[in-house]
Design a protein around this ligand. Structure first.
Ligand code: GLN
Ligand code: ZN
Length: 762
């Protein structure tokens, strides 16, 4: 009999219950016990879901009030010391102060959890940190689950990953030095968990998916040589990548079992199977995709795993590849989804049943499950042959892409001459990133139109008024390159996805991004093509209102892909190329409509990077190519812009330059233009607009500080290649914030132009 379990489940709930409870509490509308009530209700509900689906264990300890890294810090008394929180008397409010800051403390930093769209709070390790166990919250959960009659497995984030994911602060030089003390806490904790009658502890060390240097590898050996000897059985859990690099390391550890991700890294399965047989270990196979929403291929998985089951029996565990935190909760809520598409999908709850079914097939033989197998085969077949998935025309178009289609006809130096004379822009041209404030009226208008409560013509009329307003404001401010403001877009991916074929949208397909924030990624289920122009009428209308150049605004192919659930029946590269071809037509239509500057946003370009650096070049090859295919068809005189945010570009500057955009606007102000250091070594060849102020803050940037940043920039980037713009789009701001900020930005531009003029003609 194989065993069924999951590494973790969603915390927010199918209807984002936790989000609303958190936000009500933060607003002061509810008391702490009400928030706790919602959290406890969600935990119970999710345990019951696991039991009802027939899993052998329910997973306890995966819940987090804000984030699981923060939750673990609280558990081991490692919250940043600067908050002065007493571990023993810690309250829920203290967690929120760390996460969100208050008038006395700035919030902890947040960053992406590996290559997911989930963000965790970055631990701060200082010389004065004193670990101290506070297991009360966790033991309460274990007791509650046991009292409810569940067979529990407890999950913890492992000590080595916890250290690795943090930063050294206040003069601490090597956070690995903290490991011995931290291990004492984990050791005590594992003993306490054991006393509560728990046998299995899933201990996550996701850093095993990375390329670790020797000191971290040794830390893992040291840690598990110790922890493996506690009375619990440890299931060392890895995900997102192969961990075969560490085969000999893991072989040394006195662990009871290993969980591997065989969706992302199927090739590691046989090696680890051998290991499990040889050393009599548990092998937990993460065969159900925890990162995507497609139904499993039962027949195929059965074939792959049957012989593993023969040799491992109850030591074969069946699981999702990673925590189901990364997929929406319940497909049953999707009443509006095309039934054909819906039949191909499984969300978190459905995946529990898949895991259970796969275990049953393996345990009892497939002959007992012929109906289920047949139904599943049928589903796979209809998807494979579906007319809404496959469009021969698009496949043919992708196959006939020629390398020269991704190259501009002339080199940048030649193009920029033509563009400068056609556009007639001043030195240090000013522009914005695209969106202007999404006011309540704009949001209301869009949602009423969507509901059918506003007629098409009235909608057009009203939207045009918003565009007109944005254009007038920009003219009054004296900006050089204008935008239409993106009022018609509620989201930069969804807007295009709704107009392209191959995209589907859910109603409740929410996935936690950070704390109460969730995103609802579109589903790319089929071949992508453009049925009609998507932005031309808005952009042309905006251009008709002004003599200044109007930038056309598109979302790039890599970002469209990165922020969606992507089909798994062809490579990501293929899908990216389809999107690129669709957008390429839009680019050409914009050019034909007289738009001379076109911006193709790629804010998610960097986040697509694989976890192992050795895999970067392949990704960068096709990602750069998809962008260039989108952009390159225009004439020399048409200027292509791109925009990126979320910093840390230093290590991929080569590829960013390879995009060959005429202008890139890029986030830099939050890091005080740290990026520029890289430009000392790397001569970025084209025009660049390093953001001069942070749009995430409501405060008005002052002229002198922007001048300072610009002067800093002009020491490494020649003046004639510098643009002046904010860090990112302005849609989350108010007009009352945007106007003074941009006024100052234009003022800063004027000042620096004068300075430059005086230097030329002293
Ligand atoms: N053009 C988009 C905007 O201005 C870019 C958003 C982004 O970079 N995330 O909103
Ligand atoms: Zn941005």
């Amino acid at each position: 009999m194989a065993i069924a379990h999951i590494p973790g489940f969603s915390r927010v709930g199918a209807q984002r219950e936790l989000k609303f409870a958190l936000e009500a509490f933060w607003r002061g509308d509810t008391e702490c016990h009400q928030l706790q009530g919602t959290g406890n209700m969600l935990k119970r509900r999710h345990w019951n879901l696991q039991r009802d689906a027939g899993l052998d264990y329910v997973t306890v300890g995966d819940f987090a009030w804000y984030d699981h890294v923060l939750q673990t810090l609280a558990l081991v008394g490692a919250l940043p010391t600067r908050f002065g929180i007493n571990t023993q008397s810690m309250k829920l409010e203290d967690l929120f102060i760390c996460a969100r800051g208050n008038e006395h403390h700035f919030a902890m930093e947040m960053t992406k959890w590996f290559d997911t769209n989930y963000h965790y709070l970055v631990p701060e390790y200082t010389p004065d940190i004193q670990f101290e166990l506070n297991a009360e919250w966790l033991t309460q959960d274990i007791q509650a689950a046991k009292q409810a009659g569940h067979n529990c497995k407890v999950v913890l984030l492992g000590p080595v990953s916890l250290l690795y994911l943090g930063k050294e602060k206040k003069g601490l030089t090597n956070r690995l030095g903290l490991l011995p003390n931290l291990l004492k806490i984990y050791e005590t904790l594992l003993n306490e968990i054991s006393k509560l009658g728990i046998q299995w502890v899933q201990i996550d060390e996701p850093i095993l998916s990375l390329e670790l240097d020797l000191s971290w590898q040794q830390a893992l050996i040291g840690a598990y040589s110790l922890l493996g000897n506690t009375p619990v059985s440890l299931l060392l859990t890895t995900y997102f990548e192969s961990v075969l690099d560490y085969k000999s390391l893991i072989e040394k550890l006195p662990i009871a079992g290993l969980h591997i991700d065989t969706v992302r890294a199927p090739d590691q399965l046989l090696s680890w199977h051998e290991w499990a047989v040889q050393h009599k270990k548990v092998l937990s196979v993460g065969a159900i995709d925890g990162r995507n929403i497609w139904r499993l291929d039962l027949g195929q998985l059965y074939e792959t795993l049957e012989f593993l089951h023969q040799s491992l029996g109850h030591r074969l565990w069946i699981s999702s590849s990673c925590s189901l935190l990364h997929v929406p909760v319940d497909l049953e809520l999707e009443l509006g989804l095309n039934p054909e598409i819906k039949s191909w999908l499984a969300f978190g709850k459905q995946k529990l049943y898949e895991i259970s079914l796969l275990r049953d097939c393996l345990s009892h033989g497939k002959t007992s499950y012929t109906a289920a197998l047949e139904e599943n085969t049928q589903i796979q077949l209809t998807r494979k042959n579906s007319r809404i998935v496959h469009l021969a025309r698009i496949k043919a178009a992708v196959n006939s892409i020629q390398p020269n289609m991704s190259e501009r006809s002339s080199a940048f130096e030649c193009r920029i001459e033509q563009q400068r004379s056609a556009l007639n822009l001043p030195l240090f041209p000013t522009t914005t990133i695209g969106s202007f404030p999404q006011t309540i009226e704009i949001r209301r208008l869009r949602s009423e139109y969507k509901r059918g409560a506003v007629k098409h013509l009235d909608y057009l009329q009203a939207m045009r008024q918003h565009i007109e307003y944005a254009v007038k404001e920009q003219e009054a401010l004296g900006l050089d390159v204008l935008v239409h403001g993106e009022a018609e877009r509620n989201d930069m991916v969804e807007y295009f996805g709704e107009l392209l074929t191959g995209f589907a949208f859910t109603q409740y397909g929410w996935v936690q991004s950070y704390s109460s924030r969730c995103v609802k990624p579109p589903i790319i289920y089929g071949d992508v093509t453009r049925l009609e122009p998507m932005t031309i009428s808005w952009t042309s209308y905006a251009q008709s209102l002004t003599n200044k150049p109007m930038k056309g605004m598109l979302t790039g192919p890599v970002t469209m892909l990165q922020w969606s659930f992507v089909r798994n029946d062809q490579s990501r590269e293929q899908t990216a190329l389809q999107i690129a071809l669709a957008l390429r037509d839009e680019v050409l239509d914009l050019e034909r409509a007289g738009i001379r500057i076109i911006q193709i946003d790629e804010p998610a370009f960097r986040e697509g990077l694989p976890l192992k650096q050795r895999d970067w070049s392949d990704y960068l090859r096709w990602a750069v190519n998809a962008f260039k295919l989108t952009a390159a068809a225009v004439q020399d005189g048409t200027q292509i812009h791109t925009h990126m945010c979320y910093s840390e570009f230093n290590d991929i500057l080569n590829s960013i330059a390879a995009l060959d955009a005429d202008v890139i606007t890029i986030e830099t102000s939050r890091s005080d233009m740290d990026l520029l250091d890289a430009f000392v070594k790397f001569q970025y060849p084209n025009d660049i607009g390093p953001g001069v102020y942070d749009i995430h803050s409501p405060r008005t940037p002052q002229v002198p500080e922007m001048i300072r940043l610009l002067k800093k920039a002009s020491t490494v980037i020649p003046a004639e290649r510098l643009w002046i713009n904010p860090d990112c789009g302005l849609k989350t701001r108010q007009w009352s914030e945007v106007v003074p900020a941009l006024k100052n930005m234009v003022q800063a531009a004027q000042t620096i132009r004068q300075v430059q003029q005086e230097q030329i003609t002293p």
